[in-house]
Design a protein around this ligand. Structure first.
Ligand code: 13P
Length: 258
C-alpha cells in the first residue's frame, strides 16, 4: 500500500516571517498525523527558517528547484546539497513553470526562453537530488494545445523517459502529474482522466519500481475537489499550489487524503 503524499508548492509567495508563521500554524493543524505524508516547499530564502520552525513536526520541507552541480562558479544557482543543508527532505524538479509552460501567462511572451528547463536538465537535477539524499518530486504534464492534439500520453512518456534516463535507484521517486492548463486556472482535470493519466505515468516507470512509485496530481486542487481526486486508485496524493498557502485550506486538502 502506497502512503499518500500531499505537498504544498508555495511558489514565489510569502516573505520569510510570514512563511515561518504559516508553517507553524500548519504544524499545529497537522499534529502528529502519520497516515498521510505532508510537505511544504517555500521559496529558497525561507527554507532554513521554515525547517527550523518544523524541526519537531512531521511536515517535511522541500525546495522548488535545485541546480545539478554541487558547487562552483554558477552565479545565482542553488545546489541540492545546499537545500539539503537548509533542512530539506524533498526537491521539486521540472515544474512546468520552470519549463516556460504556464497555465496562466503572467510574463511577457518574449521572455519565455528564460524559463529554459528541458528533459535533459530535469535528468541532471534528478541525479543530483538523489545523490544529495533528497526525495525527488518530478513534474510532468501536457499543455492545452498538446491535449487537444491528442498528444497527452506521448508528451508525458517523453518527459518521463528523459527524466529517468540512466537513473538506477527509483525507490524514493515521486512523480507529479500536472496538466499545464489546470495550473492556477481553477480548471481541475476530471478525476477519471487524472486517474487514467496517473496510471499511464506508472506504466512508464521501470517495472521493478512500478507499484512503489507515488504519482501525485496537481493543478487547481482545492478543499472542494481533493477528496474526489485522492480517492482514485492511481492518484497517491497531490502537489498543491494556491490552496496550500492558507493553512486552514491546506489542512482540508491534507485531510482529504486520509
Ligand atoms: P495550483 O494548485 O495553484 O493550480 O498550482 C499547482 C501547482 O503548480 C503545484 O506545483
Amino acid at each position: 500500500m502506497r502512503k499518500k503524499i500531499v505537498v504544498g508548492n508555495w511558489k514565489m509567495n510569502l516573505l520569510s516571517a510570514e512563511a515561518a508563521t504559516r508553517a507553524a500554524e500548519l504544524a499545529k493543524l497537522v499534529g502528529f498525523e502519520d497516515s498521510v505524508e505532508v510537505g511544504i516547499c517555500p521559496a529558497f530564502l525561507s527554507l532554513a527558517g521554515v525547517s527550523l520552525v518544523l524541526r519537531e513536526s512531521v511536515i517535511g520541507v522541500g525546495s522548488q528547484d535545485v541546480f545539478w552541480k554541487s558547487s562552483g562558479a554558477f552565479t545565482g544557482f542553488v545546489s541540492a546539497e545546499m537545500v539539503r543543508d537548509a533542512g530539506c527532505r524533498y526537491a521539486v524538479i521540472g515544474h512546468s513553470e520552470r519549463r516556460g509552460r504556464f497555465g496562466k501567462l503572467e510574463v511577457e511572451e518574449s521572455t519565455l526562453p528564460f524559463f529554459g528547463e528541458t528533459d535533459e536538465t530535469v535528468n541532471l537535477k534528478l541525479k543530483a537530488t538523489l545523490a544529495a539524499g533528497l526525495v525527488p518530486i518530478v513534474c510532468v504534464g501536457e499543455s492545452l494545445a498538446e491535449r487537444e492534439a491528442g498528444q497527452t500520453d506521448a508528451v508525458i512518456a517523453a518527459q518521463i523517459a528523459g527524466a529517468l534516463d540512466g537513473v538506477e535507484d527509483l525507490s524514493t521517486l515521486v512523480i507529479a502529474y500536472e496538466p499545464v492548463w489546470a495550473i492556477g486556472t481553477g480548471k481541475v482535470c476530471d478525476s477519471t482522466e487524472a486517474n487514467r493519466v496517473c496510471g499511464f505515468i506508472r506504466s512508464q516507470v521501470p517495472e521493478a519500481y512500478r507499484d512503489h512509485v507515488r504519482v501525485q496530481y496537481g493543478g487547481s486542487v482545492n478543499p472542494g475537489n481533493a477528496a474526489e481526486l485522492f480517492s482514485q486508485p492511481e492518484i497517491d496524493g497531490g502537489l498543491v499550489g494556491g490552496a496550500s498557502l492558507k493553512p486552514e485550506d491546506f489542512i482540508q486538502v491534507i485531510n482529504a487524503a486520509k
